[in-house]
Design a protein around this ligand. Structure first.
Ligand code: ATP
Ligand code: MN
Length: 159
């Protein structure tokens, strides 16, 4: 009997209960967002909304700008990311999701894998492509490597 109780407390989350949605605010990521929304009907409850401010963009900026300009641009990127993520957060909350937002600075692949690794029961929902959206590429570099390296299941939404 005791065992039944324990198992109940430690029940495994439903398949689509916890969702990790990394977004670069691109059109393809927007398309992936519509799938995140539809997963609500399939048992979705919590969404971790993740945006990574790309370190390599910041480094490029720092090499061509003076320090005060760089700081302004960095601040601007952070403010814009916070605004964009807030809009998505509201959309998801409106349909009943519990939402956690995270803005990280670093390399998108590394940060996505790090956050995914914190919660094995996340299903990752992401776009096949992002801002670059190069015609010839079957997958973007982030989505390709997340599929390859993450232990979590990944739902890749095509462009
Ligand atoms: P590449 O970046 O290799 O030039 P791309 O921009 O077309 O190609 P990816 O960057 O792999 O494609 O984007 C695929 C998906 O990965 C996006 O739809 C989004 O879900 C996620 N992603 C990409 N960049 C970020 C980021 N900076 N923060 C959060 N998620 C991201
Ligand atoms: Mn990209």
């Amino acid at each position: 009997m005791g065992n039944i109780q324990t198992n109940r407390n430690k029940r495994r989350p439903e398949m689509f209960e916890k969702i990790l949605f990394p977004t670069d605010f691109s059109d393809v990521a927007r398309k992936a967002l519509s799938f995140v929304k539809r997963l609500k009907e399939a048992g979705g409850e919590e969404v971790t909304l993740l945006h990574v401010i790309d370190q390599s963009n910041l480094e490029t900026l720092s090499s061509i700008r003076t320090v005060p300009d760089y700081l302004t641009i960095e601040k601007d990127l952070e403010d814009r990311a916070a605004e964009e993520i807030k809009l998505i957060e509201n959309e998801l909350k409106e349909i009943g999701y519990k939402v956690t937002t995270r803005i990280e600075k670093g390399f998108p692949l590394r940060e996505v894998l790090k956050v995914a690794g914190e919660e094995p029961s996340y299903i990752i929902v992401m776009g096949s492509h992002g801002k670059s959206n190069i015609q010839e590429m079957l997958l973007g570099s982030v989505s390709e490597k997340v599929v390859r390296k993450a232990k979590n299941p990944v739902l890749v939404v095509k462009r």
